[in-house]
Design a binder for this molecule. Structure first.
Ligand code: HEC
Length: 115
């Protein structure tokens, strides 16, 4: 846990270059974690469901990952409202800090390059 936290702070310190595939969960790992933690009941990767598509979240915040990472960790753990529509997201108390970091990094990694 401690090691992991340090890793994330190292990552933040050297962004944007440091967010490379090796530190981020693979698509399969990310998807599996989201499934286990019941995110997929409300979110899909590419389509809006109850909540916004992960790709849309990445595209909205991916321009400044340094600011986005802690903000998304907070949104995942504590939920949120009013940023995407009328429906609020409840706090996800089943998610640890470490898992929330992994999820936020994973979501940001889904940012699509401009055409
Ligand atoms: C009950 C439905 C529901 C569940 C379960 C859910 N979400 Fe959400 N999520 C939402 C909604 C609705 C929003 C949009 C809230 C808003 O408009 O601010 C959202 C927004 C988000 C955002 C964007 C936050 C922001 O600051 O813009 C992220 C990231 C996110 N969810 C990740 C997750 C993850 C990861 C999980 C699983 C641990 C999860 N969500 C579980 C409904 C859900």
């Amino acid at each position: 846990m401690r090691l992991r936290t340090n890793l994330v702070f190292t990552l933040i310190g050297s962004l944007p270059l440091a967010v490379s595939a090796s530190e981020v969960l693979s698509f399969e790992q990310g998807n599996e974690l989201m499934r286990e933690k019941m995110c997929l009941g409300c979110h899909q990767v590419e389509k809006k469901r109850v909540g916004p598509a992960f790709v849309d979240i990445a595209n909205r915040y991916g321009g400044d990952r340094e600011a986005a990472l802690p903000m998304l960790v907070n949104s995942i753990k504590n939920g949120g409202r009013g940023k995407w529509g009328a429906v609020p997201m409840p706090a996800q108390t089943q998610v640890s800090d470490e898992q929330a970091y992994d999820m936020a990094l994973f979501i940001l990694s889904l940012q699509q390059k401009p055409e």
